[in-house]
Design a protein around this ligand. Structure first.
Ligand code: KG4
Ligand code: ZN
Length: 337
């Protein structure tokens, strides 16, 4: 018997993502983003995101089904992000998933968004070795996870204590008058800059934890900009971007590789929007090679929020034989792993 066809629905932030997955195979997907509506605010506005999900949900499900050449009646189970995320945004996805599950008479599975970011790697690189370490870096999260089993046993090793890595990129881009989201323009500017032109602090460096902190770094960049303005000195945006980026990727890769070594794990997955960062990829590859660790980074489209990550995790949960959620499945804005 072939593996069940999973419909995955994601709506935790500003992307409405829907996908169809069977086992480790991505059959079709569609993503609608409201990012353009948030640009002028310099960050995601929850109410705007919720309304956009509501408008995009049904057409996105239709497009995902079409791209998979499937019908709704082919679906064997529905998986949806139950948290963490924005309250109103999550509610739209969970309500839609309940409606589809009920109408189809198929089981519903509420799953964790963070674990979804790791599960999605299986669609590109095949089954994840057990255990693996995962570094999740996006606008909303910066977490290190020990993944013993995607469906049943994921342990959080550390988190950011303030800003997420992507959030730091977005805030620093604003200071440098670069557009939102700030990751891509800083990444590009940094390639023309000298990372040694100045040195910014490395938050929680060598503190013996797997936690991260980026607010001190952001403040250091702000001080540097203010100081240059006061002196009437020109701002060398490329150098500031390069030095800021070096601080971020240095801490992220050091702690991720340390976690692999301490736990005797030989596979590291890096996922989330910041995984698209060129310097992060280069340094992670170099440090993993030195430590004999296999590095897995899904392609950028799978790293950002999408329905495939939720369908991929749904497939794992169904395969593990976990009980489905009931129709009173609640959303949880800070759902732990
Ligand atoms: O995963 P994602 O699409 O959405 C969530 O936040 O969940 O991640 C978006 C974040 C933004 O903060 C954006 O600035 C950052 O990922 N980002 C990058 C790059 N591309 C996107 N950060 C650094 N370098 C990049 N190339
Ligand atoms: Zn995410």
């Amino acid at each position: 018997m072939s593996e069940p066809l999973i419909l995955g629905i994601e709506s935790s932030c500003d992307e409405t993502g829907v996908a169809l997955v069977r086992g480790c195979e991505l059959l079709g997907e569609s993503v609608a983003s409201s990012v353009d509506q948030h640009v002028r605010f310099g960050g995601v506005v929850p109410e705007v995101a919720s309304r956009a999900h509501l408008e995009a949900m049904t057409p996105t499900v239709r497009r995902a089904l079409d791209s998979a050449g499937a019908k709704l009646s082919d679906v064997d189970a529905v998986a949806v992000t139950a948290g963490p995320g924005l309250a109103g945004a999550l509610l739209v996805g969970v309500s839609a998933a309940k409606a589809y599950a009920m109408a189809l008479g198929k089981p519903l599975y509420g799953v964790n968004h963070l674990v979804g970011h790791v599960a999605v790697d299986q669609l590109e690189h095949g089954p994840l070795p057990k255990p693996s370490i995962a570094l999740l870096v996006s606008g909303g999260h910066t977490s290190l996870l020990l993944v013993n089993d995607l469906a049943t046993d994921v342990v959080s090793l550390g988190d950011t204590v303030d800003d997420a890595a992507g959030e730091a990129y977005d805030k620093v881009a604003r200071l440098l008058e670069l557009p939102y989201p700030g990751g891509p323009p800083i990444d590009q500017a940094a390639q023309r800059g000298d990372p040694k032109a100045m040195r910014f602090p490395r938050g929680k460096w060598g503190d013996g934890t797997y936690d991260f902190s980026f607010s001190g770094l952001k403040t250091a960049v702000a001080r540097h900009v203010e100081d240059a303005e006061r002196r009437g000195a020109p701002l060398v945006v490329a150098d500031i971007a390069a030095a800021f980026q070096e601080s971020v990727v240095d801490v992220l890769t050091r702690k991720a590789v340390d976690a692999c070594v301490e736990h005797g794990v030989s596979t590291l997955v890096i996922s989330g929007g910041v995984a698209a960062n060129s310097a992060l990829r280069v340094l992670a590859e170099q440090r993993c090679q030195e430590a004999g660790i296999e590095l897995r980074v899904p392609r950028p489209r799978l790293c950002t929020d999408n329905g495939a990550m939720i369908a991929a995790l749904g497939a794992e949960v169904v395969a593990a034989g976990l009980p489905p959620s009931t129709l009173d499945l609640a959303t949880d804005t800070s759902l732990p792993v």
